[in-house]
Design a binder for this molecule. Sequence first.
Ligand code: FMN
Length: 158
Amino acid sequence: MSYLVVYMSHHGTTQKIACHIAEELGSGVTLVNLGENDVPDLTSFSTIIVGGSIHMGLLQKKIIGFCEQNMETLLGKRLGLFLCFMNKAEGQKEFDKVYPSALREHALAKGLFGGELLLEKMNFVERMVVRTVKAVKKSVSEIEEDEVAAFIDTIKEK
Ligand SMILES: Cc1cc2nc3c(=O)[nH]c(=O)nc-3n(C[C@H](O)[C@H](O)[C@H](O)COP(=O)(O)O)c2cc1C
């Protein structure tokens, strides 16, 4: 099995999860940070996993672009989609909003992983913004580890 994990991450949480997924899938995994790397030729991968995070209600533009530009190819692959966010009450709604319905319906694994608020990595404006998402005085990690594990199992099994 050849896996491609494509992700974007502002403060490292999605990256951490993408790396964990890649490790758990074993050999034959290519990890691509769309903020730093070019998109490889997708034809050689049997499974493609796409992950991003919500900032001010939006998914990273490069993830949106990747999904739009490669829609037909992605619909022909084993597909996993995941999302990091902090507003748990809105997680499913955000997931349904940011990923195209065709991809959501096609995906064999969908991950709503929660996220982290890492104050030490934020600038002043970001700290102001996150107060509208969650009132925090120190960094918090609310990654849904069971969801991540279930996502990996689904990708491996199906
Ligand atoms: C400036 C900023 C804005 C955010 N806006 C939202 C938001 O609108 N909704 C939400 O659920 N989480 C929001 N979050 C939380 C992020 O989704 C969370 O920190 C996630 O773990 C970030 O992952 P990343 O570091 O991989 O980008 C925001 C975080 C920051 C720093």
